[in-house]
Design a protein around this ligand. Structure first.
Ligand SMILES: [Zn+2]
Length: 341
């Protein structure tokens, strides 16, 4: 029977030993019944936390997470899916105060509970909690039969502006092994398959890196930082809010009706309190754009309203022109200020 690829949805698949392989994204997967059935509830002490190997793994993860810490505050909420004994959370909480919860199905949950705030010993689908700002999941997804369903639960637990950091073995996880036969593992991700899965699950990847260390037999792992993909409507709402904030919540004039106006203002023009469109070029005066007549700056009629200097490329000449016409700088807002990050 042919089943669609769980990552890209492609139906061109082939058998590769005990695995199915997608010809599109290269993903390999098998059903739980095709691997040894693992009872996670009974497992314990899955890490030798005193070994140099464990410390190397922890260091590798902290190298990615530590630079993110200044952005968090005491109200920051973190959920680590598959938190094992809770040592990553313990290390992060020592660096920055935060609420750090974990999900751990195995008996390691008992050890984790001594380091973390709340440890859920149940699947993510059964966890009910206020939204988290960060969701971390190191070496979880390759264990789960339906990774898309799992990711949708993670979406549910993540705040709208929240971020996720996840890591999985890159293919076999080792450059000398052609396949990963670990009985707990149901997926062998490729870079395209992981990115396809995230895209289809509603996440946008913002950083991706390879070669991360998990253990001697899994030294090659992919790590991705991603956030929930924002809808076009939500982005537009935030852009309109940005315009209103920067223009002092007042009706304003647009000065400069060219390519940047069409690209960066016209898409939301109907939602902005634009009084008039103005341009320094006499050739444009009296012509129409977006159903409005383009006019000339009038120092008397336009003396109070804030002005959007509406060109990135010609910003300097627009500012010079406005200053010559007696417009003080505190009435001028540039397109750079609207869009600048
Ligand atoms: Zn695929």
């Amino acid at each position: 029977m042919t089943t669609a690829c769980p990552c890209c949805g492609g139906i061109e698949t082939e058998a590769a030993g005990a695995w199915s392989r997608c010809r599109g994204c290269g993903h390999r997967w098998r059903l739980p019944g095709e691997a040894a059935t693992v009872s996670y509830q009974r497992l314990i002490a899955r890490n030798d936390t005193t070994s140099p190997d464990f410390r190397r793994k922890l260091r590798d993860r902290l190298d990615t997470l530590e630079p993110l810490l200044p952005a968090v505050s005491t109200t920051c909420r973190v959920l680590e899916v598959g938190c094992a004994e809770g040592h990553l959370g313990e290390a992060l909480k020592a660096l920055c105060p935060m609420v750090y919860d974990g999900i751990e199905i195995s008996r390691d949950a008992e050890a984790a509970a001594t380091h973390l705030d709340t440890v859920y010993r149940q699947p993510a689908a059964e966890v009910q909690a206020p939204a988290y700002d960060w969701l971390l999941a190191f070496h979880v997804l390759e264990h789960i039969a339906d990774p898309a369903a799992e990711l949708s639960e993670w979406q549910r637990l993540l705040a709208s502006g929240g971020r996720m950091v996840l890591e999985v073995p890159h293919e076999s996880g080792h450059p000398l092994l052609a396949s990963d036969e670990h009985p707990e593992h149901l997926h062998q991700f490729t870079l395209p398959s992981l990115l396809c899965l995230l895209q289809r699950a509603g996440f946008a990847a913002e950083a991706i890196s390879g070669g991360h260390y998990e253990s001697a037999v899994y030294p090659d792992n992919i790590r991705v930082t991603a956030h929930r993909r924002e809808s076009a409507e939500s982005r537009q709402d935030r852009l309109v809010a940005r315009f209103n904030e920067k223009m002092g919540n007042r009706p304003f004039l647009v000065y400069g009706v060219g390519g940047d106006f069409r690209n960066y203002v016209l898409p939301v023009l109907d939602r902005l309190p634009v009084l008039e469109l103005l341009d320094s070029s006499a050739e444009k005066w009296g012509t129409h754009c977006a159903g409005r007549v383009i006019g000339q700056y009038n120092p008397t009629r336009h003396r109070n309203a804030p002005i959007l200097a509406c060109s990135i490329r010609f910003q300097a000449s627009i500012l010079e022109s406005l200053r010559k016409q007696g417009v003080p700088d505190d009435r001028i807002v540039t397109l750079e200020e609207i869009y600048g990050y």
